[in-house]
Write a protein of this length. Structure first.
Length: 334
C-alpha cells in the first residue's frame, strides 16, 4: 500500500488510507450467491488540509460520489481507514457516529430531491438543531433565521415550502441546513450540476464566502474542470475507482503528468478563439471498462494513447510523488 506522508496534525483534517468500497453482485432468484463485486472505490490514499478545498474530478461512474459518502459513513467502506481530526471514522457506530457527524456535513447534487416537499424551510433547516440537541423553540427559530440570512435568503421564507423556490434558492436552503450544526468539513457532491449556468457562479461564490468567514474545509466533487480550477486549492483526478493524479491546482492545470488528466484538460473550452483553434484535443478511444472486471495492470491502459507493454502486464503503477507534492500513478513518470 502506498500512503501519502501525513502533514503536521495542525494542518491535516482528513486522511484516507487504502479506502475501498465494493458492492456485491448477486445471482439467483431464491438462493442468491455473490458472483462478483463492483469496485466503485478501490484503494484511495489522500488527505484534506484544514481550511482548503480539494477538488475531486473524473468521468461519471468513476467513484467520486461514493468516495464522498464513504468519508461521511453514508456508505460503509469495505476496507481502509478514514481519520478525521485524529478519529478513525470506520470504527464508530451508533451514538458515537451521530455525534461525530456534527463535524461533517454534505451538500447533495440535486436540490429538488434532497429537500422534503412536506416540510417547511424552517423545519428543514432546523431539523439538525433538534437532532443534535442544539436548540429548540425560539432559539431554534432565531438560528434558522440567521442561517437563511447567511446564505442570502429572506428570513421571512421560514414558513414556505421547497416547491415555492427556484433551483438556486433550494441549493441555498441545502447549504443552510448543512451549516446548522457548525461543521468543520463539508462534502459538496456536484452542488451546481443541476443549476442553470447563470446561477452556478452565485452558488460557488457563496461557498467561497462561507469558507472564508467560517473556516470551512471542502471536498468539492465535480466534473466541470473550469469550476474546479476556480474554487479548489488542490485537485485529485479519479479514474475507475482510483486516484491517478493529485496536485496543486496551478501545477495540475499547467503541467498535467497523467495521460488521462491531459485528455480531460484538453476538452475544457478556452475563451480565446485563436488559442482554442491551435490547441490539439486528445480523444480517448473506447469506453470506460466495467468496475466489476477492471483491467489488469494500469486501469487506464485500454484507452491510453501512450500505452506500453509495461502498462498491460506489470503491476499497477505506484501512486507516488513526482516532486513538490505532485502525485501521479503512471509508468511514464519516473
Amino acid at each position: 500500500m502506498t500512503t501519502i506522508d501525513a502533514l503536521p496534525t495542525t494542518q491535516t483534517l482528513l486522511r484516507i488510507q487504502d479506502l475501498k468500497v465494493h458492492f456485491p453482485v448477486m445471482a439467483g432468484l431464491i438462493l442468491q450467491r455473490q458472483t462478483g463485486s463492483v469496485q466503485a472505490v478501490d484503494g484511495l490514499n489522500f488527505e484534506v488540509r484544514q481550511g482548503e478545498t480539494l477538488g475531486l474530478v473524473g468521468e461519471s461512474g468513476c467513484g467520486k460520489s461514493t468516495t464522498g459518502k464513504a468519508i461521511l459513513q453514508l456508505e460503509r467502506p469495505t476496507a481502509g481507514q478514514i481519520y478525521f481530526a485524529g478519529t478513525e471514522l470506520t470504527q464508530l457506530r451508533g451514538e458515537d457516529l451521530r455525534r461525530q457527524r456534527r463535524e461533517m456535513q454534505m451538500i447533495f447534487q440535486d436540490p429538488y430531491a434532497s429537500l422534503n416537499p412536506r416540510m417547511t424551510v424552517g423545519s428543514i433547516v432546523g431539523e439538525p438543531l433538534e437532532v443534535h440537541g442544539l436548540a429548540t423553540g425560539k432559539a431554534k427559530r432565531d438560528r434558522v433565521a440567521e442561517l437563511l440570512h447567511i446564505v442570502g435568503l429572506n428570513p421571512k421564507f421560514i414558513t414556505r415550502y421547497p416547491h415555492e423556490f427556484s433551483g438556486g434558492q433550494r441549493q441555498r436552503i441545502v447549504i443552510a441546513r448543512a451549516l446548522a450544526v457548525n461543521p468543520k468539513f463539508i462534502v459538496a457532491d456536484e452542488p451546481i450540476a443541476a443549476l442553470d449556468v447563470s446561477i452556478q457562479a452565485q452558488v460557488v461564490n457563496l461557498m467561497q464566502k462561507l469558507q472564508d468567514e467560517l473556516g470551512l474545509t471542502y471536498l468539492f466533487i465535480a466534473h466541470d474542470l473550469s469550476v474546479v480550477r476556480h474554487i479548489s486549492d488542490r485537485v485529485a483526478v479519479m479514474y475507475l475507482g482510483k486516484i491517478v493524479e493529485l496536485a496543486d491546482r496551478v501545477a495540475l492545470y499547467e503541467n498535467a503528468l497523467h495521460p488521462y488528466t491531459q485528455a480531460l484538460l484538453s476538452a475544457v473550452p478556452i475563451p480565446d478563439p485563436a488559442i482554442e483553434a491551435q490547441r490539439e484535443r486528445i480523444i480517448l478511444e473506447g469506453d470506460v471498462p466495467s468496475p466489476t472486471n477492471p483491467p489488469q495492470g494500469c486501469r487506464f491502459h485500454t484507452r491510453c494513447p501512450y500505452v506500453m507493454d509495461e502498462c498491460r502486464h506489470a503491476p499497477e503503477p505506484e501512486f507516488k510523488d513526482a516532486g513538490n507534492g505532485h502525485y501521479v500513478a503512471c509508468h511514464l513518470v519516473h
